[in-house]
Design a protein around this ligand. Sequence first.
Ligand code: MSP
Length: 472
Amino acid sequence: MKNKFYITTPIYYVNAKPHIGHAYTTIAADVLARFQKLQGKEVFFLTGTDEHGLKIQKKAAEAGMAPQQFVDGISEEFKRLWEGLDIGYSSFIRTTDEDHVETVKKVLQALYDRKAVKKGLYSGLYCVGCELFKSNNELVDGKCPDHDSAPEQMTEECWVLKMTERQKELVGKITSDEIKIRPQKYKKEILSFLENRLDDVSISRKNVSWGIPLPFDPGQTSYVWIDAFLNYLTGLGWNGDLDDIPDEWPADVQLMGKDIIRVHATIWLVMLMHLDMELPKEIFVHGHILSGGKKMSKTLGNAIAIEEMIGKFGTDGTRYLLLSAGPFGEDVDVTMERLVEKYNADLANGLGNLVSRVVKLSENLDILKTMDRQLESVEKENIRVFMDNLNFDAALIEIMGRIYKANKYITDKEPWKIAKENQAEFLAVMTISKIDLWEIAYLLEPFMPETSEKIKKALETKQAEILFPRIK
Ligand code: MSP
């Protein structure tokens, strides 16, 4: 399919409510999807929830609920949050969807038929939080650093996916950028990890009932990651027929946080190789959101709830603040204090002020009530380059620069004074300011869709509401 753009987010575990980290990836995906659509691409944007596995089985039991009932509730919360953040996904996949489950079974059978799996024994330290086996060098003081808890010793008979025999081929594909891993440092990290022997990995569980049974060994259920990876294909409506792969595949970009790049760059890719399927064109890895230099956690009391952000800053305010918090590939640090400061500076004083000044000053003028989007500007060109590199914060800095210039122009020209002295000059100044604002509205579209609409409306109707009230 020509001119298509397929973008995915990871699917989120439904063991707990959605948080700011989930919102971060999903907003980024939404912005990129909207941007590509505006470039004329046919976009498919997939997100969803990862609902099987031991972690969720345990959580549901703790809550005294049947797993299905438990996951239904939390999956719904994700959907509600995406609505609140104006996330325009094309499809929302749940791994408990019947079609997904059926396709996973078919793929497992295909892997078995192709002799990509064999019986094995897995013995190791398992972190339920990560749903991953851990090696000793990944632990800090015997604990998983991401979950601050000691993994459990597990020995299981299971089925394993043959990884070692495909290792060389995998390294070749990553090295040659047949599958691009960006930013570059993550490609390096994966390649250096792959200098060591890649062991075969377990793809099934004996004692986890909350999972998809293996068609060739129904006493075992599919390892949650295997089930989860396939969402990227089942989410396109794929029924598992290897001769009939959806046109959208391969993905143009798969977004994910740095904590899950390794599983993707190994198990997911090798699985596709065993199936003789194309690999995604690109994996783009982003950093984590920290607060006060530390991972957000309830115990530390530094967690910022995503609902609190939306309540305070609004939908677009939240989208803006998260993506402008720092470079997408790096860890970024946010504190409520700094968010409020940035909101007031960039949105209340910067953008909000510009909109109300331009609309107010030109309310009696009959100029530029419409303007088409075919504007070309330095900013637009620069933003294209930034977006090719998923450099969201640089793109937003570019737009803020344009807003600053437009505001400064008005401040310098003092049109409210000119209006009394020289109508022609007043008209000229307001024409320039209105063009500025039209253009800013277009530049903002993928990032702040609702705000962009409101600005266009205000320019048409010559009436502006306060877009971003100042926060004390
Ligand atoms: N279910 C798996 C993914 C399966 S994809 C086939 C999973 N889920 S998760 O809910 O734990 O995390 C999903 C994504 O959220 C990951 O990309 C992770 O990096 C991201 N984030 C979780 N916490 C985060 C922050 N504090 N900051 C930014 N993103 C983080 O892993």
